[in-house]
Structures are given as structure tokens and as C-alpha cells.
Design a protein around this ligand. Structure first.
Ligand code: PAF
Length: 280
């Protein structure tokens, strides 16, 4: 796996692959890789001839600068994992390469950015949309994959690619869970052993709501209540939101009649855990 740190270098590599008629697949990440990221890289194998991964901890998407400072990655370990996965190229730029002196453009995707994560983390999605645009311009992928775990982010990227007429296929990567049900996240390592056990109330609640939907419950409020009752009594848990939303617009629904998802964010011992499940 070759590592490029400048846009010039990665462009030269990609140009050579495209000249040879190869289809370029892309997995953007912020490092701290886990099985969820690796499964995205694996899925992308079906869609592309060469696979490019980026590792860039994007300062503009952290609404709290302290979170950015506390975000630690181990590049050597991440590289080993990608190498083992057979990824062809790694793009690992420095902040000054992505945002050179005098940088002043921001990409904003309007409606989809407003609720949920957008309301709780002002500026977060503008940071994501902007960095993904710069990454797309650097890598010029034919296809890129984003995980369903960050469902609002995935919808934001799909909307942006459509609105800005970017010629990139966006593939949805399935959410990956640990064998006990916890959605994989780089944040899980911050949970205490007790917090880790308590966090299972989230996926238990989501599975129970999905089962209720499959048995005929279509009331959004009742499905939300099933998840709420699973997590509300857990020690150290605070609910940021539990919402049954339309998959396309992320608007909250009364009854589930079109494709919907339950989006959940619960803090356990101060660790924000995102999860969601399709109502299908
Ligand atoms: O999901 C992430 O890891 C990041 O938000 C992304 C898409 C790599 C942009 O920095």
C-alpha cells in the first residue's frame, strides 16, 4: 500500500490507475480504525478495481475544540490494518494540505443538516461536507462508501453529491455490531466495563422496536417509547434523541408508512453512542 500525503501525489497515482481503465473506490476515515471501517473497505471490493482510503482527522467538523485535541489516532496501527485488508492507496494529508493558508470556502447542505446531530453540534455537518468535497476533489473516486452507522452523515453526502452533480456513486455500508449487539464505534474504547454492559440497552431497545414494527406497530411515538423504556433507567445514561424518521428527509413521522429508521443517540458515562435501525 502506497501512502500519499499531498494532493499532487494522490492525483498522480489516481491518474495512472484511471488511464489504465481502473475504477477507483474510496473510503474516507478519521483513523482509529475498527472492524466497521474495514468492512466498508471489504464491501468496496465489489464496486472498484483499486481501493483508496483516507485518514484525516478533520478539525472543522469538531464543534468542541477540546474533542479535536483529545482525538488520538495511531497511524502505524491503522496503516497495518489497511495493508492487511489489501487497500491499494492511503491518502493521509496534513491539515495544511487540506486547508492551506487563506482557505475560506464552506460547503453547506441545508435541510438535512438541521435536525439531530446538526442541532446538537453546530457547524459539524458543514465541516463534514466541506472536507468530503475536498477529499473527493483530491481522490476523484468513481465510487465512495459511507457507513449507515452515521445515518444522517450518509444522507447528507448522498444529498450533496446529487445537488452538486458530482459524478460519484455513493454506496451504503451496513452498520457493524459487536457479537453482543453494540454498534462498532471508535468511541466504544472510552466506555468503562460497566458502561459497556449498560450500553447494550440501546441495541436491545432498537431490536425490540423493530420486532414490534414487524408485528404491526406503526405508531412512531410507540416505537420511540419502546427504545426509551429500554435505556431510560440505565445508570449514567442521558438520551440526546430517539426518533422515528423518514429515511429520505429525516423528518419525524406520526405513523410509519414509508421507509423509516429509528435514530438514537444516548450518552453513557459521557460517551456519545450513535445507533440506528431500519424499520423493514
Ligand atoms: O465519518 C467520518 O469518519 C468522517 O466524518 C468523514 C466522513 C471521514 C469526514 O471527515
Amino acid at each position: 500500500m502506497k501512502t500519499c500525503t499531498t494532493i499532487r501525489e494522490i492525483r498522480a497515482e489516481i491518474k495512472a490507475h484511471k488511464a489504465a481503465g481502473r475504477r477507483v473506490g474510496f473510503v474516507p476515515t478519521m483513523g482509529a480504525l475498527h472492524e466497521g471501517h474495514l468492512s466498508l473497505a471489504r464491501t468496496l471490493r465489489q464496486y472498484s478495481d483499486i481501493r483508496v482510503c483516507s485518514i484525516f482527522v478533520n478539525p472543522t467538523q469538531f464543534n468542541d475544540p477540546k474533542d479535536y485535541e483529545a482525538y488520538i489516532i495511531n497511524l502505524d496501527r491503522d496503516k497495518e490494518l489497511l495493508e492487511h485488508e489489501g487497500v491499494d492507496l492511503l491518502f493521509a494529508p496534513h491539515v495544511s494540505e487540506m486547508y492551506p493558508q487563506g482557505y475560506q470556502t464552506t460547503v453547506t447542505v441545508n435541510e438535512i443538516s438541521k435536525p439531530f446531530e446538526g442541532a446538537l453540534r453546530p457547524g459539524h455537518f458543514a465541516g463534514v461536507a466541506t472536507v468530503v468535497t475536498v477529499l473527493f476533489n483530491a481522490v476523484s473516486p468513481d465510487v465512495a462508501i459511507f457507513g449507515e452507522k452515521d445515518f444522517q452523515q450518509l444522507r447528507l453526502i448522498e444529498q450533496m453529491v446529487r445537488d452538486l452533480q458530482m459524478d460519484i456513486e455513493i454506496v451504503r455500508g451496513s452498520l457493524v455490531r459487536d457479537s453482543d449487539g453494540l454498534a462498532l464505534s471508535s468511541r466504544n474504547v472510552r466506555l468503562s466495563p460497566e458502561g459497556r454492559r449498560n450500553s447494550l440497552a440501546i441495541s436491545r431497545g432498537l431490536f425490540a422496536a423493530q420486532a414490534a414494527f414487524r408485528k404491526g406497530e406503526i405508531s412512531g411515538a410507540k416505537l420511540e417509547e419502546i427504545v426509551t423504556s429500554s435505556v431510560q433507567d440505565v445508570s449514567g445514561a442521558t438520551i440526546d434523541y430517539i426518533a422515528v424518521v423518514r429515511e429520505d428527509t429525516l423528518e419525524r413521522v406520526g405513523d410509519v408508512t414509508d421507509p423509516c429508521r429509528i435514530l438514537v443517540v444516548v450518552k453513557i458515562d459521557g460517551v456519545r453512542l450513535l445507533d440506528n435501525i431500519a424499520l423493514d
